[in-house]
Design a protein around this ligand. Structure first.
Ligand code: SF4
Length: 648
């Protein structure tokens, strides 16, 4: 029996998403003896490369030209489309060399790209001033400068694909809105049965080619995020036609989180089985049955008549983390992934630049208390550490297989004891790797431990500071304080390890003053060199978090849920505090963007917030003054040396 594991589009471009690599390793270890052959494919990178090829760029230009035949229509074209059509031949001629460069396959092209006469430069380049480039890369940083310019070129073309051809297409997500917390299957069904776009056609071609090359009996598709769901269903639709006898299975992170209340049986027009939580046990049992053996279904939805039924068997346990096998990238085109640089920030690029092998120290989170997190779900709530020997064995195997020594530890929060043990072993055994990963900013990370981690190859960490307010950190049960985070992050940066902070706004009971004070603390953390990069997430109450399960305890009221037949995750709520988080979010993002470029760190945090739409703050403008009215938001109550004192 032949099994094909597939990552559907779209997802990160620089390295494979690890789900199929983990499951391939597991199934080869546990199902190989049953005569089951397992292979894997990444349709996401394939779709990207197909769209960024000369023939598809030419087809895009032809379609857009046909639509813009009348001068009137041409005049109405958005700037990105107008620019593309004006330079379509140059785009067609340069797209494949530019992508080869971003695949690190043609380094000498850096000189031509850096010369600024090779790539057509569309609207995205307007943001990239020459001074910024010279300042950022100096005179010798040709390779990196060219990577940044080629990334802007990729963004320009992505805008043309999205605005001109298919509004669902983005570089790291495809049709995301059709799936994220979508109570009804109708919009997705409508999109799947509508007129195909050029992007759809490219994906349909790829799917047919995979079917023909692998001739699988079973295809298991992972949907880790809402941005993979449209691609997963579209591929299933094409596979149904190409391989009518094949069994189709859906699983992955989005399914585990959002399909726990699945009722709409139309999903089974596309898939035969939908599995929940870790895929190892449900897939192995399902494959055993399909292969003629005896095994009960585990956490698996099936259609019975017009009903959706969840089949499971409580006697069947998940495999312990030490026994899930070594991930393998065998079959994935590792030399074709594309490293892009989204912004001129050295820490931020880790997510999009470089081919990282993915590994975990443990399953789940050892803390599992944060009130906004899906701690009731298995992927967070079941903590299981396989032991340092097993992790080291997997690292060695991945280095041997890929020839690459870069590792991303994709733990929910890597346990400090596990990190210490791993670092000691890496140093003792002279195993030279470069690694980064996600942690909690807890006190255990002192100077000594951070130095040890740096010595073992750690170059960056990310962790949650969330709302930088001790009152709210306590309410969210984060288990850290702002001053503690300052000391921990400083210990990391002193050891030469870069730090990214996940930030949050809009938490229950958060006032405008809380938000302004949190921004001031974040400003000071950047100013003191504690963090180099950060990102603001807007708080969302989710169905499986402590807040979603007990909203009264957090002072909010959940709004009556819609009739959920399909996906269920974010829950609408009413917070009587009444803070205008939409308004504040704009200023927060603007401030952070500047801080990440080292700009505006000495500016009063109120300066990032525009005067509100109506009210007394307009007075200053009407009088012709250029200085922004400071009263748009309140003054911070945080002392200007809070973080400096915490570090001292
Ligand atoms: S937010 Fe992070 S640290 Fe908190 S429980 Fe979730 S995974 Fe663990």
């Amino acid at each position: 029996m032949r099994v094909l594991l597939v990552t559907p589009p779209m997802i990160q471009l620089n390295t494979p998403y690890p789900a199929t690599a983990y499951l391939t390793g597991f199934l080869r270890k546990h199902a190989g003896g049953l005569g089951i052959a397992v292979s894997q494919a990444d349709a996401s990178i394939e779709l990207f490369l197909r769209l960024y090829s000369a023939p598809r760029v030419r087809r895009m230009a032809e379609e857009l030209r046909a639509r813009a035949r009348s001068a009137k229509q041409a005049a109405l074209m958005p700037p990105s489309i107008a620019h593309f059509l004006q330079h379509a031949e140059r785009y067609e001629a340069t797209v494949e060399p530019a992508i080869r460069y971003l695949q690190r396959r043609d380094p000498s092209l850096a000189f031509r790209i850096g010369g600024r006469a090779f790539l057509p430069e569309g609207p995205r380049f307007e943001q990239a001033f020459a001074e910024t480039l010279v300042h950022a890369f100096g005179t010798l940083g040709t390779t990196e400068q060219a990577r940044y310019l080629a990334s802007l070129y990729v963004d320009d073309l992505a805008d043309v694909w999205r605005i001109g051809i298919d509004p669902r297409f983005e570089l790291a997500r495809y049709g995301e809105r059709l799936a994220a917390s979508a109570p009804s299957f109708d919009p997705l069904q409508e999109a799947l049965t509508g007129e195909p776009t050029l992007v759809d056609e490219a994906l349909d071609d790829i799917t047919r080619e995979l079917a023909s090359a692998h001739q699988p009996d079973v295809v298991a598709i992972t949907a880790p995020f809402p941005g993979n769901v449209y691609g997963a269903f579209r591929m299933a639709r094409t596979l149904r036609a190409a391989l009518p006898k094949a069994t189709l299975v859906l699983g992955g992170g989005w399914v585990n989180t959002e399909l726990r209340s699945l009722r709409d049986a139309r999903v089974f027009d596309y898939f035969d089985y939908v599995t929940l939580d870790d895929g190892e046990r449900p897939l192995l049992n399902l494959l055993t049955r399909l292969h003629g053996g005896q095994a009960p279904l585990v956490r698996t939805y099936v259609r019975e008549g017009s009903e959706v039924v969840l089949k499971t068997d409580a006697t069947q346990h998940d495999f312990p983390a030490r026994d899930t096998g070594t991930p393998t990238y065998d079959g994935l085109p590792l030399d074709r992934y594309v490293s892009v640089m989204e912004m001129l920030n050295p820490m931020h690029r880790f997510w999009s630049d470089g081919r990282w092998n993915k590994i975990t120290l443990a399953h789940g989170c050892y803390w599992k208390k944060c009130s906004f997190c899906d701690v009731s779900l298995d992927y967070i709530g079941r903590y299981d550490r396989p032991g340092t020997d097993v992790v080291l064995e997997r690292i060695r195997a991945l280095v041997a297989e890929t020839g690459e020594t870069g590792f991303h530890l994709v733990d929910e929060a890597a346990p400090p004891a596990g990190l210490r043990a791993l670092a000691r072993r890496l140093i003792d055994e002279k195993l030279s790797i470069t690694w980064w990963g996600n942690i909690r900013f807890e006190k255990t990370f002192n100077h000594e431990l951070c130095q040890l981690l740096a010595e073992s190859g750690c170059v960056a960490v990310s962790g949650g500071l969330e709302v930088a307010s001790d009152r709210l950190l306590e309410l969210m049960k984060k288990g850290v304080t702002v001053e503690q985070v300052a000391r921990v992050t400083r210990a990391f940066t002193d050891a030469g390890i870069m730090v990214h902070a996940y930030l949050m706004y809009g938490f229950p009971t958060e006032t405008e003053q809380d938000t302004i004070d949190a921004l001031e603390r974040v400003r000071q953390l950047f100013e003191a060199g504690c963090i180099q990069s950060a990102y603001w997430h807007r708080f969302a109450a989710t169905a499986h978090s402590p807040i979603g399960l007990d909203p009264d305890a957090y002072g909010i009221t959940l709004l009556p849920p819609p009739n959920i037949q399909f996906a269920h995750n974010d829950v609408a709520f009413d917070d009587p505090t009444g803070t205008d988080h939409d308004y504040l979010g704009t200023g927060l993002r603007k401030a952070l963007y500047n801080y990440m470029h080292g700009v505006g760190l000495d500016v009063d945090v109120r300066e990032w917030f525009e005067p509100r739409a109506a009210g007394s703050d307009d007075t200053h403008r009407r009088r012709g003054g250029r200085r922004r009215a400071k009263s748009a938001v309140p003054k911070t109550t945080v002392s200007r040396d809070l973080i400096a004192r915490a570090i001292d």
